[in-house]
Design a protein around this ligand. Structure first.
Ligand SMILES: [Zn+2]
Ligand SMILES: [Zn+2]
Length: 158
C-alpha cells in the first residue's frame, strides 16, 4: 500500500526538536466525515507539529479549510470556513504512524450541529416543505389561527 498523505516514519523525525509539517490534503481523503452533512469545498489544510517519543509520535495538529453544509432550518447549501485543533499520540506500527484518523476525528467534532444560512432563516414549512425564506405558503397562518384559540395561555412574563 502506498503511504497515506499524513503518514510519517518515526525515524524521519529529528530526535530533539519537533518537526513542522504542512500538507494540503485532497478532500476525498476525509469525505466520509461529512456523510449526510455536506461536502468539502476545497482541499483540507493540515499543519502538524510532530515529536518523536519512543515508539509514539506526539502530534499537535491544526486543520482548516472550507466546507459546504446544509442550513439546519431550510437545508440550503451553506459554504463556510472551519478550523480545528487536536492533540494526539500516534502509535507507530513498523516504525510508521498515521495522523489521518486523528484529523478525521477533529473534523467530525468541528462540524457545527446548528448552522444557519442567515440569522433569521425561516426554515421549511413542516407541512408542505416550502422554503419560507422564498415565499409564504400560508400553512403556518392557517394552523396558528386555528390553534391559537384553544392553546393560548396567559404566561407572558414580559
Ligand atoms: Zn436557512
Ligand atoms: Zn406550507
Amino acid at each position: 500500500m502506498p503511504p497515506g498523505p499524513l503518514e510519517f516514519g518515526v525515524r524521519d523525525l529529528p530526535a530533539d526538536e519537533p518537526m513542522l509539517v504542512r500538507r494540503s490534503v485532497p478532500a476525498a481523503v476525509f469525505s466520509g466525515c461529512l456523510e449526510g452533512e455536506g461536502a468539502f469545498a476545497a482541499p483540507v489544510d493540515v499543519e502538524l507539529e510532530l515529536r518523536a517519543c519512543g515508539e509514539e509520535i506526539l502530534c499537535r495538529g491544526r486543520v482548516s479549510g472550507e466546507w459546504t453544509l446544509e442550513c439546519t432550518r431550510c437545508l440550503a447549501p451553506l459554504r463556510c470556513a472551519f478550523q480545528a485543533r487536536f492533540d494526539a499520540a500516534l502509535q507507530a506500527i513498523d516504525g510508521r504512524a498515521d495522523a489521518s484518523e486523528d484529523v478525521r476525528q477533529a473534523l467530525i467534532l468541528a462540524i457545527p450541529s446548528l448552522r444557519y444560512c442567515r440569522q433569521d432563516c425561516k426554515g421549511l414549512c413542516p407541512q408542505c416543505r416550502t422554503n419560507l425564506n422564498e415565499k409564504d405558503c400560508g400553512c403556518a397562518s392557517a394552523v396558528l389561527s386555528g390553534r391559537f384559540k384553544t392553546t393560548k395561555r396567559g404566561n407572558h412574563h414580559a
